[in-house]
Ligand binder design. Structure first.
Ligand SMILES: Nc1ncnc2c1ncn2[C@@H]1O[C@H](COP(=O)(O)OP(=O)(O)OP(=O)(O)O)[C@@H](O)[C@H]1O
Length: 369
């Protein structure tokens, strides 16, 4: 599916937000800095899908928004096809956005409820001045591509189910023939069986249009089938990056293992064996000293509170398996890994992936919520 040239190369990316709580803080200049993204490096080869996974608050969306300059990066470089996006003017960036599109998590809020789905899909073509005189035909074609009957192009988003609305969001992203799509939690708001259909659609479209994808999810099982490589993010940093198969069979960082163990286990005995990841991602306003995962890590030692094992140079489209943890070599990952792998495979079984498309021509919405 992929070759080795990076289409996207992100290096030393930081995004810090400045907060001041009120008038007194502002008066005394008592700003606080939220280090939402704190030195992230990765590369994505053309035609590849990189999964970016981590709990809520780990910095995934801010990374994606900074890459696309929807949030202005604090520092770092984002090279797309050799061009540093951080150095482009607004108009040059607008031109670049033809090639780089985003699919959002919640199709209910990301689609304008006052516009028909036809108008929604047409809008990016209007903004970029593409397909003049052919836009209606292209809307119909795109609706078919994503599994929606074109005759419903004059309906409004609320007349569709969640999965169908996400198909509209995908059609909108495809409208300007992008090369690269950021899918930010595209299935998190959907039922499991619908998730599989949308994942299936995205992987089919990737093959059909030779797309490169950055696929964001908080649930590792979701990206199992969709990604070539996976980067695991915690408190603004990438703590592990590896080929997807390798990451699932040989997770090295304790946080990756905890995320794998959080996947629902169909077998009760296996479910009992797992360690539960307690607490939440700490506030980036007040990060722990040493390894940022140490307060929650079952394997943490005194050393972990002082040594910061930040990963350097985690990029590289074929960059190998890297994990930021000073104890990686000492872990016994044991039999639990195989059972976790089974749980992932069962959750997204082949039957789910063979499910029918979204909306029957009679509007019955077969298989969707
Ligand atoms: N505009 C902002 N101002 C201040 N802090 C922010 C802003 N946007 C995000 N943050 C903070 O940055 C951190 C990372 O947020 P981000 O949304 O990137 O995480 P995430 O992994 O995508 O989580 P989720 O899936 O919940 O969106 C969080 O602590 C969040 O509160």
């Amino acid at each position: 599916m992929s070759n080795t040239d990076p289409l996207l190369s992100v290096s030393g990316l930081h995004k810090h937000f400045t907060q001041n709580d009120g008038f007194i803080d502002r008066l005394f200049g008592a700003d606080e800095t939220v280090k939402a993204v704190n030195g992230v490096d990765f590369e994505i080869a053309k035609g590849e899908t990189l999964g970016l996974v981590g709990e809520s608050g780990s910095g995934k969306s801010t990374t994606a928004r900074s890459v696309l300059r929807l949030d202005e990066p604090t520092s770092g470089t984002v090279k797309y096809d050799g061009t540093d996006l951080t150095s482009l003017s607004e108009s040059e960036m607008k031109e670049m956005r033809k090639q780089v599109q985003i699919v959002f998590q919640d199709p209910a809020s990301s689609l304008n409820r006052r516009k028909t789905v036809g108008q929604i899909i047409k809008q990016p073509m209007e903004i970029h001045g593409l397909y003049k005189g052919e836009r209606d035909a292209r809307v119909n074609e795109l609706m078919e591509t994503v599994g929606l009957p074109p005759q419903y192009s004059n309906r409004y988003p609320h007349e569709f189910s969640g999965g169908q609305r996400q198909r509209v969001g995908i059609a909108r992203a495809l409208a300007v023939d992008p090369e690269f799509i950021v899918a930010d939690e595209p299935v998190s708001a959907l039922d499991v069986s619908i998730q599989a259909q949308i994942l299936n659609l995205l992987t089919d479209l990737q093959d059909e249009f030779d797309l490169t994808l950055l696929f964001i999810a908080h649930d590792l099982s979701v990206i199992r089938h969709a990604c070539d490589r996976v980067a695991v993010m915690y408190l603004g940093e990438i703590v592990e990056i590896a080929d997807a198969d390798e990451l699932f069979t040989n997770p090295q960082h304790p946080y990756t293992r905890a995320l794998l163990q959080a996947i629902p286990q169909p077998v009760p005995e296996l479910a009992r064996q797992r360690e539960v990841l307690e607490g939440e991602v700490p506030s980036p306003l007040d990060p722990p000293s040493g390894c940022s995962f140490n307060p929650r890590c079952p394997d943490a030692t005194e050393e972990c509170t002082t040594v910061d094992p930040t990963l350097d140079d985690v990029g590289g489209a074929t960059g190998g398996h890297k994990a930021a943890c000073i104890h990686v070599d000492e872990f016994d990952r044991g039999a639990g890994v195989e059972s976790m792998k089974q749980a992932v495979d069962e959750r997204f079984s082949i039957e789910n992936f063979d499910a029918e498309p979204a909306l029957a021509a009679d509007g019955s919405g077969e298989g969707e919520q």
